[in-house]
Design a protein around this ligand. Sequence first.
Ligand code: MV4
Length: 447
Amino acid sequence: MFRKVLIANRGEIALRINRACQELGVATVAIFSEADRDSLHVRQADEAFCVGPGPAGRSYLNIPNIISTALITRCDAIHPGYGFLAENARFAEICSDHGLTFIGPKPSVIALMGDKATAKRVVSEAGVATTPGSDVLASPEEAQSVARSIGYPVLLKATAGGGGRGMRVVRDAAEMQRAYAGATAEAEASFKDGRLYIEKLIVAPRHIEVQVLGDDFGNLVHLGERDCSVQKPSHQKVIEETPAPNLPARARTALHDMALRASRYVGYTNAGTLEFLVAGDEVYFMEMNTRIQVEHPVTEMVYNIDLVKEQIRIAAGESLGYAQRDLAARGHAIECRINAEDPQNHFAPAAGMVSKVVFPGGPGIRVDTHLYAGATIPPYYDSMVAKVVAFGDTREVAIARMERALRETLIEGVSTTVGLCLDILSTPEFRDGRYDIELLLKEPTPR
Ligand code: MV4
């Protein structure tokens, strides 16, 4: 096992990684920006070092400063969390060039999956169904010709994308030229890579993902699925749950089998998530995320497994120690993401001082947060401030606990998505477990 790990992140996930390390008897080094001096991860880690000013480009993305901090403090490994450098293959390579273990998959696999068009091609070689469409496109004319053969409406997507940036719906051939130019420009600006591919637009699908864990000895398991269909038009996930409600047994088996088959084919190690679109009984692979995800706690609750500890154990060269048949999910878990956002400003991320905070507790409730009374939320980073997770033997119990927990939650000083989550939980679509990605897309945000 490692002696010391550098946590290359901030916020709740930095605390989460610190907890896993503490329980494993691994010492921790936190890094922080000048805007995060008073953050909890700085206090809770064994050591902490400032790596630059507030803007992430100069601190949490500052590779030379992060690597030198790890070397000076004699760390063995770096945990990247999610966001920032988590899916940067070059960073993973630089870590290993400096004798530091990157806690995640191999750099070559990160790079393979980071190219969404290549990922689809490789995964389909493994016999996994992918959304009908093209490989990388050379021109809008080629896009029109592919679209004619698969049928409109189609989606233009950025090869370097993921999370919906550089994505355009195209309803007919006449729209293609403009949409193509817009999508390329956006992808070029966001990723310095304007390459696009095309997919048939799946109408009103569910967005379901499968968690996998693989070790360096060829052991690979899935840990079930998470339904992440409740997303804002901005592709921000709001509520996730496991198991996916009302999922036909055939579709569930297909999801799990495809996840294992694709992961095995690319030699996947550590924790990963395969994203699928599900329409009725049809299941299509969309992309793979080569990191721990925000919503990992719901999986931890039903499998009674600490995924972050597993990531660290695997990276340290330990074997999984269990097989698929040893794993069983029990009960139901739901996560609500609490974001600080300004309803006066189109729900843009809100910065400011949090004057009062009360988080819920009691049976079946877990809260992952870095907030405390008196904390300031800097303007530079993601607006998520807490995750409230509810567990129950049944979905109904989990929902009742979540509603009770959200009503106990008090955050003063900034506006949050607590009310939005309560509104969604009360809709008939959510209560019946019969919702898809359109739940938050059709009508303007309730309340
Ligand atoms: C799609 C899709 C329908 N058809 N692809 C891709 C990135 C992810 N964040 C959303 N993605 C989607 N890809 C095809 N071929 C639907 C989504 C989608 C979505 C699209 C617009 C607004 C919200 C969405 C929420 C989940 C999934």
